[in-house]
Ligand binder design. Structure first.
Ligand code: NAD
Ligand code: DAU
Length: 352
């Protein structure tokens, strides 16, 4: 039986990951530790709330006392750290919380896992850990910075982050690596490209454009709209993380991507066509400061060494995603009206 601590599990990818592992593995217990920031939405997990394999804990990954208590209580053998401030635009106006959560939160998790998993935590020279334990840091392709018109990010590409968000994620990656080199801690880092799919907060490109399109509102395109991102359906990201947990070599970094480079304008026009709206909704706005021009992932390492490959084509993934938002108007309405923030109180009040 695996005992997994998932942090940030009420967010977009974390909630998809929890659904994925509960559906895929029967012998698993999951604790979801999430601070429920604006991006945490427990309604994403309403269908598993009563699953005996699932426990929700409201809390901050920087709270070391809480982390200690949870490790004692649940004896985790696996940590998957999704918890983060994740939106580049917010990091431009409010960088501090990005550094606090993304860097210091990661370090608190690493320290706690190290002290519980290390066979002799008092001996600074010892590199022996309980068998089968693993810490996985969910990172991003943005740590590599921006590409020109050609080339792809490889795991050996130097880190060159350009936004406060990506700088905080790159810092966290370096701390994770340091815990591998210095303490011999069994860690992995995954660096995935842009995700899309169900439960994504409508501040990110695809759900924002779907929502605005459905409402007949302008679709704000930064700059010329020709920035390129490499898109992956969220379930493929979840499957890739499980592959790394099962087969990844300790200390290794794995890039995750599905070779789907698209310009932003191309994505927006596809959404307009699918929702039968006209191009007049497209509105060019001032560009994001420091906007990275192009990202692209070389996924050779994870595909050849670990045997993972994406199950969804971009066309299939986008069709499913748009259909999901069409089928869940109440989810979008509750997110955009902020009603989703009442769910925790309704569901868990008195349970703490
Ligand atoms: P998200 O913003 O949707 O979710 C983040 C979750 O973390 C939320 O539930 C939030 O409440 C929680 N959280 C924030 N601060 C916390 C704290 N201090 N303690 C506990 N919980 C906290 O993010 P996402 O898009 O699901 O991304 C998840 C992870 O994947 C992030 O680490 C992000 O950097 C990485 N990533 C995202 C993408 C993408 O395209 N969205 C791609 C690659 C990597
Ligand atoms: O590459 C992985 C990263 O992808 C993750 O690490 C981040 O957590 C995630 O937010 C995402 O970052 P991006 O900045 O690429 O995603 P976003 O959806 O914010 O923007 C995608 C592209 O669309 C980017 O070039 C900016 C542009 N854009 C975005 C918004 C919200 C617009 O043109 N208009 C918009 O309104």
């Amino acid at each position: 039986m695996k005992q997994i601590l998932v942090t940030g599990g009420a967010g977009f990818i974390g909630s998809n990951f929890i659904h994925y592992i509960l559906n895929t593995y029967h012998q698993v217990k999951v604790v979801n530790l999430d601070a429920l920031t604006y991006a945490g939405n427990l309604e994403n997990l309403s269908s598993v709330t009563r699953d005996s394999r699932y426990t929700f804990v409201k809390g901050d990954i920087r709270d070391r006392a809480l982390l200690n208590r949870l490790f004692v209580e649940h004896q985790f053998d696996t940590v998957v750290n999704f918890a983060a401030e994740s939106h580049v635009d917010r990091s431009i106006t409010q960088p501090e919380v990005f550094l606090e959560t993304n860097i210091l939160g990661t370090q608190a998790l690493l320290d706690t896992a190290k002290s519980y998993w290390k066979l002799d935590p008092e001996d600074k020279y010892s590199r022996e850990y309980q068998p089968g334990v693993r810490y996985l840091q969910v990172s991003t392709d943005e740590v590599y910075g921006a590409l020109g018109q050609t080339g792809k990010f490889q795991e050996i590409t130097p880190l060159s982050p350009n936004s406060p968000y990506s700088a905080s994620k790159a810092s966290a990656d370096m701390i994770v690596h340091a815990y591998y080199e210095t303490y011999g801690m069994p860690v992995n880092i995954t660096r995935c490209s842009n995700n899309y799919g169900p439960f994504q907060f409508p501040e990110k490109l695809i759900p924002l454009m779907i929502h605005n399109c459905l409402e007949g509102k302008p679709l704000p395109i930064y700059g010329d709209g020709m920035q390129v991102r490499d898109w992956l359906y969220v379930e493929d990201h979840c499957a890739a993380i499980c592959t790394v947990l099962e087969k990844g070599m300790p200390g290794e970094v794995y890039n995750i991507g599905g070779n789907n480079e698209k310009a932003n304008l191309e994505i927006v026009k596809l959404i307009l066509r699918k929702l039968k709206k006209g191009d007049e909704l497209i509105t060019y706005v001032k560009d994001r400061p420091g906007h990275d021009r192009r990202y692209a992932i070389d996924n050779t390492k994870i595909t050849t060494e670990l045997g993972w490959s994406p199950a969804y084509t971009f066309e299939d993934g986008m069709a499913r995603t748009i259909q999901w938002y069409l089928d869940h108007p109440e989810w979008l309405a509750r997110v955009t009206s902020e009603a989703y923030r009442d769910y925790y109180v309704e569901m868990y009040q008195g349970a703490e």
